[in-house]
Ligand binder design. Structure first.
Ligand code: SF4
Length: 218
């Protein structure tokens, strides 16, 4: 049994003083005291603040009332402060934006990278692929020739030729998002040459998108 359930049973079923803290009570405490620490780091502080109100007098009713206040009055988006019996002492209400509390830790933004992808075809329409290095992202898989993926990648095609811009594609990996500028040309060279259909089957999604973009513009 978790700490919340144990406290709820003690207070509500057995009317024993217990600090019952669910999400509703956390919200009420964060607003009453205008707690500036964001969740989840604020949780111990909110629990400590809620403990200040635990009392021998009708503890079960108190626990239930506090949770009901949180769910019905001190609502997440639009708290009904004009109906709240605690409004007189609510620090968040004084700020004018009580719904700002509880603060939440912002997720780190995914970094963005850029790259160049080269769609090289030969006279018969086959596509040049490479095998990616074993280590690293998409390691060991088939890929299009590309630049590095960084803030400002160099445009350095794998062969000389009449390279033309074919637009860009977007892709989101777990740890970063990527814009690939696609370039097309006809040429020859030491690559894994394969038909467009086979290439589409063999390539991971990010390269398949770039291939489709390149062939569409070729
Ligand atoms: S006054 Fe408003 S923000 Fe403060 S506890 Fe009551 S309902 Fe919540």
């Amino acid at each position: 049994m978790g700490a919340y359930t144990a406290a709820a049973v003690a207070a509500i079923a057995f009317d024993r003083p217990a600090n019952v803290v669910d999400g509703n009570v956390e919200r009420v405490m964060s607003r009453l005291f205008a707690v500036e620490t964001p969740l989840p780091a604020a949780r111990p502080e909110l629990r400590r603040l809620a403990a200040l109100f635990v009392d021998d007098h009708r503890p079960g009713d108190w626990a239930q009332a506090l949770m009901d206040l949180g769910s019905g009055v001190c609502r997440p988006r639009s708290p009904l402060c004009d109906q709240c019996p605690l409004a007189f002492g609510c620090e968040a209400l004084k700020t004018g934006t009580p719904e700002r509390y509880p603060l939440k830790t912002k997720k780190a933004e995914r970094p963005h990278r850029r790259g160049h992808a080269y769609v090289l075809t030969d006279a018969t329409g086959r596509v040049a692929l490479v095998r990616r290095p074993d280590k690293g992202l998409l390691g060991g898989m088939a890929g299009l020739p590309t630049s590095d993926w960084s803030a400002a990648p160099d445009f350095a095609p794998p062969t000389g030729g009449d390279w033309r811009a074919a637009g860009s594609v977007e892709h989101v990996f777990t740890h970063f998002s990527l814009t690939l500028e696609v370039h097309v040309a006809e040429g020859r060279g030491d690559f894994l040459w394969t038909t467009a259909a086979e290439a589409a089957k063999a390539l991971p999604t990010v390269f398949r998108k770039a291939l489709e973009r390149g062939l569409g513009a070729a």
